[in-house]
Design a protein around this ligand. Sequence first.
Ligand code: FES
Length: 159
Amino acid sequence: MNDDLQRRIQDALANPQNMGELANADSVGTVGNADCGEMLRLWVKFKEQNGRKVIDRATFQSFGCETAIAVASLATELIRGKTAEEALALKTEELAGELGPLPPMKIHCAQLVEGALRSALAPEKVEATPAASSNSPTLLDSFSKPKEGIKLTFLDEKK
Ligand code: FES
């Protein structure tokens, strides 16, 4: 990882946003990556705004990976005020936001966040397509076109 990316990740980790369980969440998604052993859980709460159901708040828990924590911190801020469809249409690199392009070995960290978001916002589609993609341009695309690359495991939730 280059120094610049490391600095941006450390900046995001210096003040991580939206960490921890969200009480009274409307949905929750959990994914795990069997290769690196990382797990990420994401909670989402909605609200009505101008006749639209939008994301009021999203929080997450992750277990160790700094890049996944940094991406989840940025992504949970990014999806605020968006509908589920708008959030699902975000590309992996958009979720990583100001971290900028991730090196190949770290792309799966952002995909873990993407998978947890997908699991929380569209669990019925996750069941239909249990494998996440390494090169799907959007979350919605990955529903209809399973691809190879990342080994995400979607875990059962108590909702
Ligand atoms: Fe696997 Fe970051 S190293 S999620």
